[in-house]
Design a protein around this ligand. Structure first.
Ligand code: SF4
Length: 372
């Protein structure tokens, strides 16, 4: 037996629960879902069939992003590209532009690659198994399980952050994340009923988002409150247990906001790596403990009468490190040519470009505002 399997057994034994309890829980959960399900733009209404395209698009957008932030982007994408085939036939530039502001841009590139693969290799129809879905670009184990369960009603349980929290509380899982993931996955699967796998998963997601919240869970309203180990102990908020976070060291650098009339000097970042393929103003390297002068010395080679150092700094937190940028501004003569690898872009249309949030902050800091 695997360690996780043994732990599942231990948990069940320790709480004296049987298969009947699991069945009872899944029935309670589905009955609660039928009354309290959230209305979400990508979710089929009761009695409707889920559209795999909408399920997939929402799952990719929701990775590391909130439901509230995703809503308008989802509407924009589906209005412009109503089917996966339409998205697959679009250009990567258009997708990146539309994605700008949602962050984690490798998702946008994978989104485009995935749509193109579905169009090219599957005649515009998503595969209906976890295995087939996982073979597509940007679809990992969680997303494959989510699409398989929600769009195709495959009997599988995708475990997102909300489900992790609910399950770790229901079973009082003492192991810390991320080590506890396989155990939580196995325990979550015990909440699947004989049918309606997608609804079971969405019910747990909704329960985590609306009732079993990180702080002050509303246990009195929870359909599973009779069988919740953490509630019995009264320490619900301490779950899931988490290993201490290792944050990267602060990196520092300089950004150069150079105008030529109503244009701004920009360049495109390399395809691979952080913010790959996105637009930026020229910057120095981003290094830990970099001195201001060393960063300032990496300004683009231009005839500039004087660099102005803007007061304050722009801060941004990436997943692995926080960043602090000093912003220098300058304006140059009308005929000035852009240095190699850079170009002049009209300031008025910048908001439509694939500009990551950190660059929006830098430009707004340098120009006083980002037009539009
Ligand atoms: S009883 Fe409370 S802690 Fe337990 S699952 Fe329900 S909301 Fe979460």
């Amino acid at each position: 037996m695997t360690l996780a399997g043994a732990a599942v057994r231990r948990n069940k034994a320790a709480s004296g629960k049987s298969q009947d309890v699991s069945g009872h829980r899944s029935a309670l959960l589905l009955a609660w879902y039928d009354r309290h399900r959230r209305r979400l733009p990508w979710r089929a209404l009761p009695g409707e069939t889920s559209d795999p395209y909408r399920v997939w698009l929402s799952e990719i957008m929701l990775q590391q992003t909130t439901v509230k932030a995703v809503g308008p982007y989802f509407e924009k994408f589906t209005a412009r590209w109503p089917t996966v085939a339409a998205l697959g036939a679009s250009s990567l530039d258009d997708v990146l532009r539309m994605w700008a502001g949602l962050g984690y841009y490798s998702r946008a590139r994978n989104l485009h690659a995935c749509a193109a693969a579905v169009l090219r290799d599957h005649a515009g129809v998503f595969p209906d198994t976890e295995e087939g879905l996982r073979a597509l670009p940007g679809i990992g184990p969680y997303t494959a399980a989510a699409i398989a369960a929600i769009a195709f009603d495959r009997r599988t349980m995708p475990v997102d952050g909300n489900i992790e929290r609910v399950v770790s509380r229901l079973f009082a899982v003492e192991d810390a994340l991320p080590k506890a993931k396989p155990l939580i996955q196995d325990l979550a699967a015990t909440l699947l009923g004989p049918s309606r796998a997608g609804d079971s998963a969405q019910a747990l997601m909704d329960l985590g988002a609306t009732i079993c919240t990180p702080k002050k869970p509303a246990c009195g309203l929870c359909p599973l409150n009779d069988n919740c180990a953490a509630r019995e102990r009264g320490d619900q908020e301490t779950f899931p247990r988490k290993a201490p976070k290792k944050t990267g060291a602060l990196r520092r650098g300089a950004a150069f906001v150079v105008t030529r009339g109503d244009e701004l000097l920009v360049r495109t970042r390399p395809e691979k790596g952080l913010l790959g393929g996105m637009l930026e103003v020229p910057t120095s390297d981003w290094l830990a403990y970099q001195e201001d002068n060393a960063a300032r010395a990496q300004a683009p080679e231009l005839k500039v009468s004087r660099w102005h150092r803007k007061a304050g700094v722009v801060t941004h937190v990436f997943t692995h490190f926080p960043l602090e940028l000093v912003v220098y501004t300058a304006s140059v003569a009308t005929r000035t040519r852009a240095p190699a690898g850079m170009r002049w872009a009209p300031i008025a249309t910048l908001k439509d470009e694939a500009l990551p949030n950190v660059m929006r902050k830098v430009i707004a800091h340098g120009l006083g505002d980002l037009p539009g």
